[in-house]
Design a protein around this ligand. Structure first.
Ligand code: FES
Length: 287
């Protein structure tokens, strides 16, 4: 199944465009636009949610309203990749005390609320206190030959698997941008799978090391949220919740998505090498 039943409201014909850019003026503009997108979910009972600022891989084409949220990466002593899950805090929200996994990182507030959309807000793995080892694990039917040859579903991703990241290519678009894998996170022993995608990329490494003309706020954020060029995100299209893919289909080239993350459902494209701040209304977790 490629889409969740819990979808955004049907499109009104007017493009719901809540994508942000980083910077004072840009952010102010996002705030204004964001208000238009607020839906009745904010009034629902439940925990957390509401207006949320997340760091995301940029949506560059198609009907998706904003980028997909990043998952900060850490690497353990043996080279295995994990997604950062912040410490659980109790915060007061609208007169109620709720749990949220939240921390300050690279000049941003990273929060479990970044992932509360497309029904993911009801997944067990998104409950702040859900116990997980937080490793990124291979999914069972990966779209990449290297991954299906080397890994079984459930195997943890390791840095050693990405050694050729500066040359890797698979005939879709340009080679040398980065080596990808698909997987899951905080999903073992749960009913729902949280789909993620990872790329190890020299471009991300350059930005995080301050070797590009990226804004300082992005450099700060990426140097805190990526490691050794590894970037990860929640792989749920912000349009109607399909699972997109980086360099997974030749037909993505017809929509300018051969070097991006392409959603085959309605041709949205995301640029995993362009990180932006997005404002959206996170859905509350069901009580
Ligand atoms: S679900 Fe519509 S473009 Fe992805």
């Amino acid at each position: 199944m490629s889409a969740d039943e819990d979808k955004y409201p049907a499109e009104s014909g007017r493009r719901r465009f809540v994508k942000g850019v980083v910077g004072g003026a840009g952010l102010a503009a996002v705030g204004t636009t964001g208000a238009v997108g607020i839906n009745s979910a904010t009034q629902s009972p439940g925990s957390g949610g509401g207006s949320t600022t997340a760091m995301a891989i940029e949506n560059t084409a198609g009907p998706a309203p904003r980028g997909m949220p990043q998952i900060p990466v850490e690497i353990d002593d043996e080279g295995y990749l994990k997604g950062v899950w912040p410490e659980v805090k109790e915060v007061d929200q609208g007169g109620r005390t709720i749990e949220v996994a939240q921390t300050d990182m690279g000049g941003q507030t990273y929060s479990s609320e970044w992932f509360q959309y497309c029904g993911v807000e009801s997944y067990q793995g998104i409950v702040p206190s859900y116990e997980s080892d937080n490793y990124f694990r291979s999914d069972s039917g990966p779209a990449y030959d290297w991954q299906s040859e080397e890994l079984e579903g459930g195997d943890r991703l390791n840095v050693d698997m990405f050694e050729n990241y500066e040359e890797w290519g698979n005939g879709v678009g340009q080679a040398g941008l980065g080596k990808p894998a698909t997987g899951r996170w905080r999903s073992e022993d749960t009913e729902n799978t949280i789909p993620i995608q990872v790329i190890r990329s020299p471009i991300i490494e350059d930005i995080a090391n301050g070797n590009t003309d990226a804004e300082q706020s992005i450099v700060d954020w990426l140097s805190a949220s990526t490691q050794k060029g590894f970037i990860a995100w929640l792989n749920k299209c912000t349009h109607f919740c399909c699972v997109p893919g980086y360099k997974q289909t030749q037909s993505s080239a017809s929509f300018g998505g051969e070097d991006g993350v392409y959603c085959a459902c309605h041709q949205s494209v995301y640029d995993p090498f362009s990180i932006v701040q997005t404002l959206f209304v996170a859905r509350p977790r069901p009580d």
